[in-house]
Design a protein around this ligand. Structure first.
Ligand SMILES: [Cu+2]
Length: 246
C-alpha cells in the first residue's frame, strides 16, 4: 500500500531536481498563434487571436475576439490527421443552404480535439458545454494546465491544428435552422464564426536560445503546479500583445 503511494513521488523527484534537462522529450515545447477571421458565408464581422503554448502534453491558451454575435461562443481546437488543416472555403456549404455548419467544415479542420472552456473538462465531450465558454460580443480569457494527447500537441506545433469560435447571428431563414450538432439548438449557436490555423510562433527563445533553457524554465513552472505563476506569465503576454484589450 505504502509502496504504491511512494512510487509516483520517487519518479517525480528527478523532474524537480534536474530543471535544465528537457522535460517531455516525446514532443518538443513550443508555441503557436492563430489570427481568427470570419467564416463565410456565416458572418462577415469579427476578429480574434488565439495563442497556445505547448509544454510536453500540457497547453496554456489565450483566446480573444471582438465583434462577435451576442450569446455563448463555443470554441475549440480542431484537428484531424486526414483534414486539410485549413479553414473552410465558402463553397464547402455542401447543402447550399447559405450556411457553412460545423460538420461541413470538417474536411478542412477535422473534429474537435480540445474544448477551450474556461473551467472544467476540456475534452471533445465539452464541445457544446456553452455555460463554460465565454459569451457576448467581446471575449478574452486564458487558461493553463490543459492536458492533450501527444498527437494533438504535435499537430499544434506543426501548424496542423485549427481554432474555431462558434456562434453567429442569423436573420430570416437561417435563423430558423437547427444545429447540425444538436437539433435542440439553433444553428446560430453552433455554426462557425471565426477560424484560424495555429502556426508555430516565431519562437521567443526556443529557436534562438540554442540550449533549450527557455523551454525548460517553462516546464519547471508547470511542473511545480504554479498555476498563479503561469497565469501571471500569460497575463503579461496578453498585455504586451493586446494593448487595446480592455
Ligand atoms: Cu469547434
Amino acid at each position: 500500500m505504502r509502496r504504491t503511494v511512494l512510487a509516483p513521488l520517487v519518479l517525480a523527484l528527478p523532474l524537480v531536481a534536474l530543471p535544465f534537462v528537457a522535460v517531455g522529450s516525446a514532443t518538443a515545447d513550443g508555441a503557436a498563434n492563430a489570427n481568427l477571421a470570419p467564416v463565410a458565408p456565416n458572418t462577415e464581422s469579427g476578429e480574434g487571436t488565439a495563442m497556445v503554448k505547448v509544454t510536453g502534453q500540457t497547453l496554456e491558451f489565450t483566446l480573444a475576439a471582438s465583434q462577435l454575435a451576442e450569446g455563448p461562443h463555443a470554441a475549440h481546437i480542431h484537428f484531424g490527421a486526414d483534414a486539410r488543416h485549413e479553414c473552410p472555403n465558402p463553397d464547402e456549404d455542401a447543402d447550399g443552404d447559405g450556411r457553412l455548419n460545423t460538420t461541413e467544415g470538417g474536411p478542412a479542420y477535422g473534429p474537435v480535439v480540445v474544448s477551450l472552456t474556461r473551467s472544467g473538462d476540456t475534452s471533445a465531450e465539452s464541445t457544446l458545454a456553452v455555460d463554460r465558454f465565454a459569451s457576448g460580443t467581446e471575449i478574452s480569457y486564458m487558461r493553463g494546465g490543459v492536458t492533450v494527447e501527444p498527437a494533438v500537441a504535435t499537430a499544434i506545433e506543426s501548424g496542423e491544428a485549427v481554432v474555431v469560435i462558434h456562434g453567429v447571428a442569423y436573420e430570416g431563414e437561417r435563423a430558423a435552422a437547427k444545429s447540425d450538432l444538436d437539433p435542440a439548438l439553433p444553428a446560430s449557436a453552433t455554426d462557425p464564426a471565426l477560424c484560424g490555423v495555429l502556426s508555430a510562433a516565431p519562437a521567443g527563445g526556443a529557436a534562438t536560445g540554442g540550449g533549450g533553457a527557455a523551454p525548460s524554465s517553462n516546464a519547471v513552472v508547470l511542473g511545480l503546479g504554479g498555476a498563479a505563476l503561469v497565469a501571471a506569465a500569460g497575463a503579461a503576454a496578453v498585455a504586451t500583445r493586446r494593448p487595446r484589450e480592455q
